[in-house]
Ligand binder design. Sequence first.
Ligand SMILES: C[S@@+](CC[C@H](N)C(=O)[O-])C[C@H]1O[C@@H](n2cnc3c(N)ncnc32)[C@H](O)[C@@H]1O
Length: 179
Amino acid sequence: MARIFILRIGHRVFRDSRVTTHVCLTARALGADGVIIADREDKVVESTIRDVTNRFGGPFDVQSGKPWKQAIREWRAIGGRIVHLTAYGLPLPKMLPEILDAKGDVLVIVGSEKMPGEIFKVADWNVSVTNQPMSEVAALAIFLDWFRQHREFEHEFSKAQVQIVPSRSGKKIQQLPPE
Ligand SMILES: C[S@@+](CC[C@H](N)C(=O)[O-])C[C@H]1O[C@@H](n2cnc3c(N)ncnc32)[C@H](O)[C@@H]1O
């Protein structure tokens, strides 16, 4: 299966830490392989996500501080494709068949505030999840749901210490033996 990473651009430490944490949690829960938080190191977000991954399973990679241009260069060097989520792009339902046909690994770029103009040019696809402004977390969730063709409930997490037991009422959590 194609690997999928998220490149989070424009993260501001403290101010965006909560939303960037939600970008990472959403990416992990919906089956992405990792998040690169560009340009600024945020060890607090990294350690929160590693802690969730240790407890609930992975693999899921999180790193911060790499310049966005370098992240894109490295992604290109391994033959990966690039999707930029933006309200200004072409609609997801129209673009998805082309993205799925291309097959390779996919880097999904999401912004925080204003995105550098070059991003629109380096992306293979500028994709909108409606042409209305919305949260990057919501746009990413919908993109991943469509990209994985609604199979996120089948995603398996390995080396989990615990797992949630679905329940009609209350909170049930089960300890798992080491794998
Ligand atoms: C809260 S928005 C801020 C965008 C900023 N005002 C700008 O003009 O670049 C943050 C990110 O959410 C994503 N986003 C927002 N609305 C979107 C939409 N309708 N479709 C796809 N992505 C969207 C984009 O990745 C954007 O960079």
